[in-house]
Design a protein around this ligand. Structure first.
Ligand code: GLA
Length: 393
């Protein structure tokens, strides 16, 4: 009787003891130690993709200085697909990609760039092309044979699939190829990927799609500021190897002013967001090129500490965002959401410095040292614009 009781206690205790032991952590794939940078076809070209566009873009990434500024991945989004062949291997649309994906990957690699492609965890992609559900290992092997370095994996037509499970399955399939393939998770934040996606993928979309506008919901898409707001509280989850993805850049697509695009770009850098240009690289203006290749702002995004900014002040649409950088300095963005120009101030105590500290302030858009300031820094910010400075103790 006593023995039975003791056994009962033992059995009852066993599952609790097993739970106390944390599951061994899933190792990362070693990629994306800083936020991924590149270009993606979707925002500008949607389903109008073909090999001529991809080649033209690879050429322009080199000649414009974008590659040397850090934009490495050339990602073909939805609608490149043709049918599966007799073995079930996915093939590109033969009319749009007559030379085949291996040749296109070789062309991209010969430019010192990396090759990215798109699929979906459902039976069909959002554009109605074949998805990878049930074909994960076969598709991963095909991508590896083509020399693919990056997979964006979407979430349309997934029915009742479990997101963490579906993305882990594709993550495992990619690793089984032996090729280093970055995984970009795109389930729009529906299943809170920041809680489970680290070491499954290297970046995870946090929201629905962006559109090329300052603010406001439009159908299933969101303006730039809405997406910024939805990422504000996610800072604890970003870091080397895995990043919150507030969606691809709209800089240069025509729907916003250059000041608004500068604000968009600066805030994405503050968020430690992947910087995936979404414009026509071959046809971009000098203003667009200057925004995307601003080395000091790209350096904020790519800072090795990988700490996403926090919103530290917010009064009537005038905001201060700050993030610590690896060298002990701070990047600070002063964002004016309103239409009228306004003064915005950051106090040193709000960014972890003593009030009496004299810190050097540098304007990162203007590449200009503003001198040493005690107590804080205040400046006039135009409407729908952001000033971004580096504060160095
Ligand atoms: C979804 C994604 C977009 C894009 C399209 C392609 O909407 O969120 O980024 O990939 O699908 O159809």
């Amino acid at each position: 009787m006593i023995r039975a009781l003791a056994l009962g206690l033992l059995l009852a205790a066993a599952p609790a003891a097993a739970q106390d032991k944390p599951a061994p952590p899933r190792p990362g794939n070693g990629l994306a130690l800083t936020p991924p940078m590149g270009w993606n076809s979707w925002n500008k070209f949607a389903c109008n993709v073909d090999e001529a566009l991809i080649r033209r873009t690879a050429d322009a990434l080199v000649s414009s200085g974008m590659r040397d500024a850090g934009y490495a991945y050339v990602v073909i989004d939805d609608c490149w697909h043709g049918k599966r062949d007799a073995h079930g291997d996915i093939q590109p649309d033969p009319a749009r990609f007559p030379s085949g994906m291996k040749a296109l990957g070789d062309y991209i690699h010969a430019h010192g760039l990396k090759f990215g492609i798109y699929s979906d965890a459902g039976a069909q992609t959002c554009g109605g092309r074949p998805g990878s559900q049930g074909r994960e290992y076969q598709d991963a092997a095909q991508y590896a044979a083509w020399g693919v370095d990056y997979l964006k994996y979407d979430w349309c037509n997934t029915g009742t699939r479990d997101a963490a499970e579906a993305y882990t399955l594709m993550s495992d399939a990619l690793r089984a190829t032996g090729r280093a393939i970055l995984l970009s998770i795109c389930e729009w934040g529906n299943h809170k990927p920041w809680n489970w996606a680290r070491n499954v993928g290297n970046m995870w979309r946090t929201t629905g799609d962006i559109y090329d506008g300052w603010q406001g919901k439009k159908g299933y898409s969101w303006g730039m500021l809405d997406i910024l707001d939805m990422n504000a509280e996610l800072h604890p989850f970003a870091g080397p190897g895995g990043w919150n993805d507030p969606d691809m850049l709209e800089v240069g697509n025509g729907g916003m002013s250059d000041d608004e695009y500068r604000a968009h770009f600066a805030m994405w850098a503050m968020l430690a967001a992947p910087l995936m240009a979404g414009n026509d690289i071959a046809g971009m203006s000098e203003a667009t090129r200057a925004i995307l290749t601003n080395a000091e702002i790209v350096a904020v995004d790519q800072d090795p500490l990988g700490q996403q900014a926090r919103r530290i002040a917010d009064s009537g649409g005038l905001e201060v965002w700050a993030r610590p950088l690896a060298d002990g300095s701070r990047a600070v963005a002063l964002l004016n959401r309103g239409k009228e120009p306004a003064a915005i101030r950051v106090d040193w105590t709000a960014i972890g410095y003593p009030a009496k500290l004299k810190a050097q302030v540098r304007d990162l858009w203007e590449h200009r040292d503003l001198g040493a300031r005690a107590g804080g820094f205040e400046t006039q910010v135009r409407g729908h614009a952001a000033v971004i400075v580096k504060v160095m103790p």
